[in-house]
Design a protein around this ligand. Structure first.
Ligand SMILES: Nc1ncnc2c1ncn2[C@@H]1O[C@H](COP(=O)(O)OP(=O)(O)OP(=O)(O)O)[C@@H](O)[C@H]1O
Length: 302
Protein backbone atom coordinates (compact mmCIF):
# COMPACT_ATOMS: atom_id res chain seq x y z
CA UNK A 1 0.00 0.00 0.00
CA UNK A 2 1.42 3.38 -1.03
CA UNK A 3 0.03 6.44 0.70
CA UNK A 4 0.00 10.00 -0.58
CA UNK A 5 -0.01 12.68 2.13
CA UNK A 6 -1.23 16.17 1.30
CA UNK A 7 -0.06 18.43 4.11
CA UNK A 8 -1.25 21.99 4.60
CA UNK A 9 1.68 23.64 6.41
CA UNK A 10 -0.36 26.61 7.66
CA UNK A 11 -3.46 24.71 8.88
CA UNK A 12 -3.95 24.90 12.64
CA UNK A 13 -0.92 27.20 12.85
CA UNK A 14 1.46 24.52 11.54
CA UNK A 15 0.23 21.52 13.60
CA UNK A 16 0.17 19.21 10.59
CA UNK A 17 3.67 20.02 9.37
CA UNK A 18 5.02 19.39 12.89
CA UNK A 19 3.25 16.05 13.04
CA UNK A 20 4.83 14.67 9.85
CA UNK A 21 8.04 13.70 11.65
CA UNK A 22 6.05 11.37 13.91
CA UNK A 23 4.09 10.12 10.90
CA UNK A 24 7.32 9.21 9.06
CA UNK A 25 8.55 7.19 12.09
CA UNK A 26 5.23 5.38 12.17
CA UNK A 27 5.38 4.46 8.48
CA UNK A 28 9.00 3.31 8.66
CA UNK A 29 8.05 1.00 11.53
CA UNK A 30 5.23 -0.45 9.46
CA UNK A 31 7.12 -0.67 6.18
CA UNK A 32 4.64 1.54 4.41
CA UNK A 33 5.63 3.40 1.26
CA UNK A 34 4.66 7.02 1.16
CA UNK A 35 4.96 10.34 -0.56
CA UNK A 36 4.42 13.74 1.04
CA UNK A 37 3.34 16.91 -0.76
CA UNK A 38 3.11 20.23 1.06
CA UNK A 39 0.59 22.74 -0.23
CA UNK A 40 2.15 26.03 -1.24
CA UNK A 41 -0.89 28.24 -1.79
CA UNK A 42 -4.70 28.17 -1.44
CA UNK A 43 -6.19 25.77 -3.99
CA UNK A 44 -2.95 23.76 -4.35
CA UNK A 45 -4.49 20.68 -2.66
CA UNK A 46 -7.10 20.54 -5.47
CA UNK A 47 -4.32 20.33 -8.07
CA UNK A 48 -2.30 17.79 -6.07
CA UNK A 49 -5.32 15.53 -5.47
CA UNK A 50 -6.38 15.69 -9.11
CA UNK A 51 -2.90 14.48 -10.16
CA UNK A 52 -2.78 11.47 -7.81
CA UNK A 53 -2.58 8.23 -9.80
CA UNK A 54 -5.10 5.85 -8.25
CA UNK A 55 -3.23 2.87 -9.74
CA UNK A 56 -0.15 3.80 -7.71
CA UNK A 57 -1.69 4.96 -4.44
CA UNK A 58 -4.33 3.30 -2.30
CA UNK A 59 -4.99 6.28 -0.02
CA UNK A 60 -4.77 10.03 0.02
CA UNK A 61 -4.31 11.42 3.51
CA UNK A 62 -5.35 14.97 4.32
CA UNK A 63 -3.16 16.58 6.99
CA UNK A 64 -4.90 19.83 7.75
CA UNK A 65 -8.33 21.15 8.54
CA UNK A 66 -11.69 21.19 6.81
CA UNK A 67 -10.47 23.59 4.12
CA UNK A 68 -7.79 21.08 3.10
CA UNK A 69 -10.29 18.19 3.00
CA UNK A 70 -12.64 20.35 0.92
CA UNK A 71 -9.88 20.99 -1.62
CA UNK A 72 -8.77 17.34 -1.72
CA UNK A 73 -12.25 15.93 -2.37
CA UNK A 74 -12.75 18.52 -5.09
CA UNK A 75 -9.49 17.37 -6.67
CA UNK A 76 -10.26 13.66 -6.32
CA UNK A 77 -13.78 14.05 -7.76
CA UNK A 78 -14.68 10.62 -9.21
CA UNK A 79 -11.45 8.77 -8.35
CA UNK A 80 -12.08 5.62 -6.32
CA UNK A 81 -9.10 6.22 -4.00
CA UNK A 82 -9.93 6.41 -0.28
CA UNK A 83 -9.40 9.38 2.03
CA UNK A 84 -7.61 9.32 5.37
CA UNK A 85 -7.94 12.26 7.73
CA UNK A 86 -5.36 13.61 10.18
CA UNK A 87 -7.20 16.43 11.95
CA UNK A 88 -4.56 19.14 12.01
CA UNK A 89 -6.73 22.19 11.44
CA UNK A 90 -8.36 24.68 13.75
CA UNK A 91 -11.94 23.42 13.77
CA UNK A 92 -11.70 19.84 12.39
CA UNK A 93 -15.46 19.57 12.06
CA UNK A 94 -15.49 16.75 9.52
CA UNK A 95 -13.28 14.58 11.74
CA UNK A 96 -15.84 15.11 14.52
CA UNK A 97 -18.74 14.28 12.18
CA UNK A 98 -17.22 10.92 11.19
CA UNK A 99 -15.90 10.22 14.71
CA UNK A 100 -12.21 10.28 13.80
CA UNK A 101 -10.05 10.84 16.89
CA UNK A 102 -8.85 14.44 17.24
CA UNK A 103 -5.52 13.11 18.53
CA UNK A 104 -3.31 12.98 15.42
CA UNK A 105 -1.38 9.84 16.36
CA UNK A 106 -4.65 8.01 17.04
CA UNK A 107 -6.06 9.27 13.75
CA UNK A 108 -2.98 7.94 11.92
CA UNK A 109 -3.54 4.54 13.50
CA UNK A 110 -7.17 4.62 12.31
CA UNK A 111 -5.96 5.16 8.73
CA UNK A 112 -3.87 1.97 8.82
CA UNK A 113 -5.81 -0.25 11.23
CA UNK A 114 -9.38 0.94 10.74
CA UNK A 115 -12.09 0.25 8.19
CA UNK A 116 -12.89 1.92 4.92
CA UNK A 117 -16.51 3.09 4.67
CA UNK A 118 -18.44 4.81 1.93
CA UNK A 119 -19.86 8.13 3.09
CA UNK A 120 -22.22 10.57 1.40
CA UNK A 121 -20.99 13.91 0.16
CA UNK A 122 -22.77 17.01 -1.08
CA UNK A 123 -22.61 18.67 -4.47
CA UNK A 124 -23.23 22.38 -4.97
CA UNK A 125 -23.02 23.13 -8.66
CA UNK A 126 -19.40 22.38 -9.57
CA UNK A 127 -18.24 22.00 -5.95
CA UNK A 128 -18.22 18.97 -3.68
CA UNK A 129 -18.58 19.37 0.08
CA UNK A 130 -18.42 16.85 2.88
CA UNK A 131 -19.90 18.53 5.89
CA UNK A 132 -22.30 21.48 5.95
CA UNK A 133 -23.38 24.12 3.44
CA UNK A 134 -25.29 27.14 4.55
CA UNK A 135 -26.81 30.50 3.84
CA UNK A 136 -27.26 33.40 6.26
CA UNK A 137 -25.64 33.99 9.62
CA UNK A 138 -22.93 31.36 9.11
CA UNK A 139 -21.47 33.21 6.13
CA UNK A 140 -21.43 36.40 8.18
CA UNK A 141 -19.71 34.50 11.00
CA UNK A 142 -17.05 33.22 8.60
CA UNK A 143 -16.34 36.70 7.29
CA UNK A 144 -16.06 38.13 10.80
CA UNK A 145 -13.96 35.16 11.98
CA UNK A 146 -11.48 35.70 9.14
CA UNK A 147 -11.06 39.25 10.40
CA UNK A 148 -10.43 38.17 14.03
CA UNK A 149 -8.05 35.36 12.99
CA UNK A 150 -5.52 38.07 12.18
CA UNK A 151 -5.31 38.94 15.89
CA UNK A 152 -6.29 35.90 17.97
CA UNK A 153 -6.25 32.17 17.38
CA UNK A 154 -8.58 29.20 17.06
CA UNK A 155 -11.82 29.03 18.91
CA UNK A 156 -11.46 32.55 20.33
CA UNK A 157 -11.62 33.92 16.79
CA UNK A 158 -14.73 31.82 16.10
CA UNK A 159 -16.48 33.09 19.22
CA UNK A 160 -15.59 36.74 18.54
CA UNK A 161 -16.63 36.36 14.89
CA UNK A 162 -19.89 34.83 15.95
CA UNK A 163 -20.66 37.57 18.48
CA UNK A 164 -19.93 40.33 15.96
CA UNK A 165 -22.12 38.61 13.34
CA UNK A 166 -24.94 38.12 15.86
CA UNK A 167 -25.14 41.87 16.39
CA UNK A 168 -24.91 42.96 12.76
CA UNK A 169 -26.79 40.29 10.80
CA UNK A 170 -30.39 40.77 9.59
CA UNK A 171 -32.78 37.95 8.60
CA UNK A 172 -33.09 37.15 4.87
CA UNK A 173 -36.14 36.00 2.88
CA UNK A 174 -35.57 32.73 1.08
CA UNK A 175 -37.53 30.35 -1.12
CA UNK A 176 -36.24 26.91 -0.26
CA UNK A 177 -37.21 23.95 -2.42
CA UNK A 178 -36.62 20.60 -0.68
CA UNK A 179 -37.17 17.63 -2.99
CA UNK A 180 -39.65 19.75 -4.94
CA UNK A 181 -41.62 21.09 -1.95
CA UNK A 182 -41.37 24.88 -1.64
CA UNK A 183 -40.91 26.65 1.71
CA UNK A 184 -40.96 30.43 1.98
CA UNK A 185 -39.14 31.55 5.13
CA UNK A 186 -37.49 34.57 6.64
CA UNK A 187 -34.40 33.05 8.19
CA UNK A 188 -31.31 33.83 10.19
CA UNK A 189 -29.75 30.64 8.94
CA UNK A 190 -30.37 27.75 6.57
CA UNK A 191 -27.90 24.88 7.13
CA UNK A 192 -27.82 21.99 4.68
CA UNK A 193 -26.01 19.33 6.62
CA UNK A 194 -24.37 16.07 5.62
CA UNK A 195 -22.26 16.03 8.81
CA UNK A 196 -23.21 17.24 12.26
CA UNK A 197 -20.62 19.88 13.10
CA UNK A 198 -19.39 23.17 11.77
CA UNK A 199 -17.84 26.43 12.92
CA UNK A 200 -15.26 24.68 15.08
CA UNK A 201 -17.35 22.22 17.05
CA UNK A 202 -20.87 23.64 16.88
CA UNK A 203 -23.31 20.76 16.63
CA UNK A 204 -25.64 22.49 14.19
CA UNK A 205 -27.23 19.28 12.87
CA UNK A 206 -27.26 16.63 15.62
CA UNK A 207 -29.50 14.31 13.60
CA UNK A 208 -27.33 14.39 10.47
CA UNK A 209 -25.70 11.15 9.41
CA UNK A 210 -23.04 11.00 6.68
CA UNK A 211 -24.16 7.48 5.79
CA UNK A 212 -27.97 7.85 5.41
CA UNK A 213 -28.26 9.28 1.89
CA UNK A 214 -29.96 12.51 3.05
CA UNK A 215 -29.21 16.08 4.01
CA UNK A 216 -30.68 17.29 7.29
CA UNK A 217 -31.83 20.85 6.72
CA UNK A 218 -31.98 23.18 9.71
CA UNK A 219 -33.69 26.56 9.48
CA UNK A 220 -33.36 29.13 12.23
CA UNK A 221 -36.25 31.49 11.57
CA UNK A 222 -36.25 35.26 12.17
CA UNK A 223 -35.81 36.07 15.86
CA UNK A 224 -34.65 38.85 18.14
CA UNK A 225 -30.99 39.34 18.99
CA UNK A 226 -31.76 38.41 22.59
CA UNK A 227 -33.30 35.08 21.58
CA UNK A 228 -30.39 34.48 19.21
CA UNK A 229 -27.96 34.97 22.10
CA UNK A 230 -29.97 32.45 24.09
CA UNK A 231 -29.93 29.97 21.21
CA UNK A 232 -26.22 30.22 20.41
CA UNK A 233 -24.72 28.34 23.41
CA UNK A 234 -27.22 25.54 22.82
CA UNK A 235 -25.87 24.99 19.30
CA UNK A 236 -22.54 23.79 20.75
CA UNK A 237 -24.39 20.92 22.44
CA UNK A 238 -26.94 20.37 19.69
CA UNK A 239 -29.81 21.06 22.10
CA UNK A 240 -31.18 23.98 20.00
CA UNK A 241 -33.31 21.63 17.92
CA UNK A 242 -36.23 21.66 20.38
CA UNK A 243 -36.54 25.45 20.32
CA UNK A 244 -39.60 26.93 18.55
CA UNK A 245 -37.46 28.99 16.10
CA UNK A 246 -35.74 25.94 14.69
CA UNK A 247 -37.32 23.97 11.84
CA UNK A 248 -35.87 20.73 10.49
CA UNK A 249 -36.36 18.87 7.23
CA UNK A 250 -34.68 16.03 5.36
CA UNK A 251 -34.05 15.86 1.65
CA UNK A 252 -31.77 14.90 -1.19
CA UNK A 253 -32.02 18.05 -3.31
CA UNK A 254 -32.31 21.61 -2.06
CA UNK A 255 -32.53 24.79 -4.15
CA UNK A 256 -32.44 28.23 -2.56
CA UNK A 257 -33.64 31.38 -4.29
CA UNK A 258 -33.76 34.93 -3.08
CA UNK A 259 -34.46 38.37 -4.55
CA UNK A 260 -30.75 39.03 -4.80
CA UNK A 261 -27.61 36.94 -5.16
CA UNK A 262 -26.79 35.17 -1.93
CA UNK A 263 -23.56 34.30 -0.15
CA UNK A 264 -23.18 30.58 0.35
CA UNK A 265 -20.85 28.64 2.64
CA UNK A 266 -19.83 25.11 1.65
CA UNK A 267 -17.45 23.56 4.22
CA UNK A 268 -16.26 27.04 5.15
CA UNK A 269 -15.61 28.18 1.55
CA UNK A 270 -17.66 31.23 0.63
CA UNK A 271 -19.06 32.12 -2.79
CA UNK A 272 -21.88 34.26 -4.20
CA UNK A 273 -24.65 32.46 -6.12
CA UNK A 274 -27.95 33.19 -7.89
CA UNK A 275 -29.96 30.11 -6.94
CA UNK A 276 -27.65 27.43 -5.57
CA UNK A 277 -28.70 23.79 -5.73
CA UNK A 278 -27.36 21.24 -3.26
CA UNK A 279 -27.58 17.54 -4.06
CA UNK A 280 -26.52 14.55 -2.02
CA UNK A 281 -24.14 12.09 -3.70
CA UNK A 282 -24.88 8.84 -1.90
CA UNK A 283 -21.75 6.97 -0.85
CA UNK A 284 -19.63 9.32 -2.93
CA UNK A 285 -16.45 9.08 -0.85
CA UNK A 286 -14.47 6.22 0.67
CA UNK A 287 -13.06 7.25 4.04
CA UNK A 288 -10.97 5.52 6.74
CA UNK A 289 -12.77 5.27 10.09
CA UNK A 290 -12.05 3.40 13.32
CA UNK A 291 -12.93 -0.28 13.18
CA UNK A 292 -15.62 -0.16 15.82
CA UNK A 293 -17.21 2.99 14.45
CA UNK A 294 -20.15 3.26 12.14
CA UNK A 295 -20.90 6.46 10.29
CA UNK A 296 -24.24 6.70 12.07
CA UNK A 297 -25.10 9.90 13.93
CA UNK A 298 -24.77 9.94 17.70
CA UNK A 299 -27.55 11.17 19.99
CA UNK A 300 -27.97 14.96 20.33
CA UNK A 301 -26.49 15.22 23.84
CA UNK A 302 -23.19 13.41 23.17
N1 LIG B 1 0.97 27.21 1.76
C1 LIG B 1 -0.20 27.83 1.97
N2 LIG B 1 -0.22 29.18 2.21
C2 LIG B 1 -1.36 29.81 2.45
N3 LIG B 1 -2.59 29.21 2.48
C3 LIG B 1 -2.63 27.89 2.25
C4 LIG B 1 -1.44 27.12 1.99
N4 LIG B 1 -1.78 25.83 1.81
C5 LIG B 1 -3.14 25.78 1.94
N5 LIG B 1 -3.64 26.99 2.21
C6 LIG B 1 -5.05 27.37 2.52
O1 LIG B 1 -5.21 27.29 3.94
C7 LIG B 1 -6.61 27.34 4.20
C8 LIG B 1 -6.93 26.84 5.60
O2 LIG B 1 -6.70 25.48 5.70
P1 LIG B 1 -7.54 24.51 6.65
O3 LIG B 1 -8.99 24.83 6.59
O4 LIG B 1 -7.14 23.13 6.33
O5 LIG B 1 -6.98 24.87 8.09
P2 LIG B 1 -7.68 25.57 9.32
O6 LIG B 1 -8.43 26.79 8.85
O7 LIG B 1 -6.63 25.77 10.35
O8 LIG B 1 -8.68 24.44 9.85
P3 LIG B 1 -10.31 24.31 9.93
O9 LIG B 1 -10.86 24.65 8.56
O10 LIG B 1 -10.58 22.89 10.30
O11 LIG B 1 -10.72 25.28 10.97
C9 LIG B 1 -7.23 26.54 3.07
O12 LIG B 1 -8.36 27.22 2.59
C10 LIG B 1 -6.11 26.45 2.00
O13 LIG B 1 -6.55 26.90 0.74
Amino acid sequence: MKVYFIVNPIAGKGKGKEFMEQAIHFMRDRNVQWEIAYTQYPGHAIELASQVDDNLYSKVVSVGGDGTIYEIINGLKDKSISLGIIPAGTGNDLARSVHIPLDKQEALRVIFDGNEKQMDIGNMEEHRFVNVAGVGLDVEVLRCTEFFKKFVKGSIAYVLGLLKALFTFKAIELNISIDGVMHHEEVMLCAIANGQYYGGGMKIAPTADVGDGYFDIYLITKLSKLKLLFLFPRVFKGSHIDLPWVKTFRGKKVTITSKEEIWVNADGEISKKHSPTFEIIEKGLKVSVAQEMSLMAQPADQ
